[in-house]
Design a protein around this ligand. Structure first.
Ligand code: ATP
Length: 125
């Protein structure tokens, strides 16, 4: 079973522009994994005819995104995982990221962002 605990109930995916996805946590990166994902995005899966690898040429598994809409109707899209996939999209210059989007409250965001939440999404008025 793939995906996070929160996203397992979400069956639909949507494509978001890479440029709007916020990544507040600095990634710890394995370059070889990113390079392999870039190859997949470019449709160059070495074992494309061997479905046992489970990789679909041109696609990476959807990235979980938390979507918060502020009282001023400003949208914030956060990725707290998926760091290798997002770096691979960047490196492959693919702007559309396949995502599973979960709407969250500010209280839920605070679990991830702690005391920084107000500085990032604004204080409640
Ligand atoms: N070369 C590849 N091509 C396609 N899919 C891959 C490739 N390598 C790994 N994956 C798949 O991508 C998904 C995410 O992998 P992984 O968790 O290692 O990276 P990640 O993007 O950094 O995510 P997270 O930060 O959430 O762990 C997994 O389902 C994995 O099977």
């Amino acid at each position: 079973m793939s995906g996070s605990l929160q996203s397992r109930g979400i069956s639909t995916t949507q494509v978001l522009p890479l440029s709007i996805i916020l990544r507040p946590i600095p990634p710890v990166i394995e370059q070889l994994k990113i390079d392999s994902m870039v190859q997949t995005l470019q449709g160059d899966v070495p074992t494309a005819n061997d479905t046992s690898c489970g990789y679909t040429p041109g696609h990476l598994p959807p990235v979980d995104i938390l979507h918060y809409r502020s009282p001023e109707a400003k949208d914030f899209y956060f990725a707290f995982g998926g760091c290798h996939r997002l770096q691979a999209y960047e490196k492959a210059r693919v702007e559309g990221v396949e995502c599973k989007v979960l709407k969250v409250t500010k209280g839920m965001l605070k679990v991830y962002l702690g005391g920084s939440v107000d500085a990032i999404v604004g204080e409640d008025t």
